[in-house]
Design a protein around this ligand. Structure first.
Ligand SMILES: NC(=O)c1ccc[n+]([C@@H]2O[C@H](COP(=O)([O-])OP(=O)(O)OC[C@H]3O[C@@H](n4cnc5c(N)ncnc54)[C@H](OP(=O)(O)O)[C@@H]3O)[C@@H](O)[C@H]2O)c1
Length: 261
């Protein structure tokens, strides 16, 4: 098999979903068999961790960071003999730590994905160790083409990116729900409020991405002098919205740093 996934939950499953559009040469494993249904749906193989270690050329590590060490322990001998590529998505764990847990010098890629990868709208930062050559990287990037944006980043910045885009969908869903709640309080039906809020977030993001106009200028274009939008912005500022958003990313970053200790 070309790809194996050890762990196939929220994040591993999202990548399997996107990767399976490029290749069905994928095997997945988990602990409890929950991933079987997804494997069946996507036409990939469900197996166990050892079989993945014995047969797959590129192995995604998709278990929680604190479980990586124990999960790799029984696989160390097989990994040392076969030297497959390990692709870790574990928040806070550096390549050198994964290498120590694997017990061998293996080609390794560290990624920081997010869940919209499942629908091809993800953001994935990546870095590699010196055993991953250009040809291998190019082939892997080609296979990952249905995931969304893939961006090379120095390993020292992965935790910061993780606090922004890795965790970011959660922040966006809280904002989406809160904006919709406001509109429901003003009388809009719930379903319409959710759809308008989501489309407004997506549209505003696309305006920035396509024009690269500073968000302050884009905001100014919505705020007429003495108008209603600036009254809403004032309420946001009075409640410390910017500080809350910054603190949110910084708190996540600090927690990421603790995970690696
Ligand atoms: N969720 C995100 O948005 C996100 C974003 C960026 C990075 N990440 C990273 O992605 C990784 C996975 O996170 P997640 O949110 O996907 O967690 P999750 O939904 O809890 O999934 C974890 C998966 O690991 C499996 N697992 C646990 N121990 C195992 C073992 N010993 N052998 C085989 N499978 C095992 C679980 O199987 P069972 O269900 O059978 O127990 C489950 O399929 C983490 O390292 C996290 O830091 C997550």
């Amino acid at each position: 098999m070309k790809y194996g996934f050890i762990g196939c939950g929220n994040m591993g499953g999202a990548i399997v979903r996107a990767l399976s559009k490029a290749t069905s040469d994928i095997a997945v494993s988990d602990r409890t068999g929950k991933a079987k249904a997804m494997a069946e749906e996507l036409g990939v193989t469900y197996t166990d961790n050892l079989t993945i270690a014995q047969t797959c050329d590129r192995i995604f590590i998709a278990v929680k960071p604190h479980m990586v060490k124990d999960m790799l322990a029984p696989l160390r001998q097989t990994l040392a003999q076969r030297k497959p590529v390990l692709i870790s998505m574990a928040a806070g764990l550096e390549l050198s730590q994964i290498e120590a847990f694997a017990g061998a010098a293996l080609p390794m890629i560290r990624i920081m994905p997010n869940t919209p990868t499942a629908i091809g709208q993800g953001v994935i930062q990546y870095c590699r160790n010196t055993l991953v050559g250009d040809e291998l990287l190019t082939d892997w990037l080609q296979d990952m083409r249905f995931c969304g944006l893939l961006d090379r980043l120095d390993e020292g910045l992965i935790d910061a990116a993780s606090a922004l885009s890795g965790s970011g969908p959660a922040y966006m869903y809280v904002l989406l729900e809160a904006l919709a709640d406001g509109a429901v309080a003003c009388g809009l039906p719930r379903a319409k409020a959710m759809e308008y809020a989501a489309m407004t977030m997506a549209g505003a993001a696309q305006m920035y991405l396509q024009t690269k106009t500073h968000p302050g200028a884009l905001k100014d274009a919505v705020c007429s002098p003495g108008g209603s939008t600036i009254a809403g912005i004032r309420a946001l500022e009075q409640h410390g919205f910017r500080g809350a958003a910054m603190d949110c990313v910084i708190a996540t970053y600090q927690k990421n740093k603790e995970l690696g200790k």
